[in-house]
Design a protein around this ligand. Sequence first.
Ligand SMILES: [Zn+2]
Length: 267
Amino acid sequence: MNETLLEQKADAKPTTQCALCREYRKLSKSHVIPNSYFRAMKRSFNGKLVAMDSSPNTTASLSQDSLDDYLLCSKCEGHFGKWETLWIRRLRQASKLFAKDIDEVPLSSFEYETFRCFLLSIIWRAAVCARAEFSLVKLPDDVLESLRADLHAGKVSEAAGIGNRIRKLVDPSEFLKHGDLEQFAATPMTFSSGGLVGYQLFFGGYVVDFITSKITRRVSRIRGFVRDEPTLRIPAVPCMQVKNFVRIGMHMIDKHVQGKATFGGKT
Ligand SMILES: [Zn+2]
């Protein structure tokens, strides 16, 4: 057997087109939601993740699956990795500053472009990923293509028309222990609130909105909206005021009541 045949045999996955650079390369498994958030969850659940979706008939269970998919070549993984490393660290540092009664934390020397690339790369990956857990995220083809081109070039034009809002989840009742909210991650959900429509993600103790409805002047002034300014002010929001957060909680309780939550590891 010649060397090429041996290589092909060793790598069962054929060369496929990378979703970002469009080159035909060997793809590696990419995480839609950065893996470090899953690692934190795995630590708190003995190496397992709480898998759930919004369907009433599925079971909520613990799994090892961190929702990855063959999407990107290693070069493009590295390209996204730079933004992830920077922003996961900065958001983690900021989350520690939300002590009791802190209403807002300002991030100075804010880099608008890299932060927006970090956030938009997550929703873009969710939209192009074929996994059922992300099937809720649907963006029009022209928006997807404009996002792809911008992310590949490492810049954000306003063409995609998606605005971001970030807020820190807090629990004024102190029912949740310190760090609980930081270890919670969920696949994107749709949201509609106060005239805003789009997708909502929870990770690292934050709730991040991807606003797909029109970004008017009023919308761009709401608290937590990510603007191209030298400082990003992250407001705190009581978790029980976030409808989707409450919904997930109710959903989990519901499954538990119906005997569909199986945290013993077996379904
Ligand atoms: Zn690539």
